[in-house]
Write a protein that binds this ligand. Structure first.
Ligand code: SAM
Length: 90
């Protein structure tokens, strides 16, 4: 639909074994503690503008660029702090 079919990949395995540095968007549904462990791996390796979308749990200490508080989804953008965290996804 958006022409993303060939660009989207689903990997099965231990997430610590994957280098996500080239990803434009990483979606996660983990737990608060595992989100914290992923922060370094994602924040240090992903390029500015890349997005992390987390279901249910925030990335403690990071400011989201968007939140959907009806679905409990937090979006973060590398290199950008959320100016308007009330922005909803559309
Ligand atoms: C809140 S549950 C999400 C459940 C599932 N993804 C779903 O959609 O219902 C968190 C998940 O993180 C997974 N997880 C924790 N550490 C992981 C790791 N190192 N690699 C891959 N998955 C991991 C757990 O197996 C668990 O299923």
């Amino acid at each position: 639909m958006l022409g993303l079919r060939k660009r989207a990949h689903v990997y099965h395995g231990n997430m610590y074994d994957f280098d996500l540095g080239d990803a434009d968007v990483v979606t996660i549904y983990l737990l608060q503690g595992t989100n914290q462990k992923m922060k370094g791996r994602l924040g240090d390796r992903m390029r500015p503008g890349a997005k992390i979308v987390s279901h249910s749990f925030s990335m403690e200490g990071w400011m989201p660029t968007a939140i959907d508080d009806t679905k409990n989804i937090f979006m973060y953008e590398i290199g950008k702090a959320g100016a308007d965290v009330q922005t909803r996804f559309v």
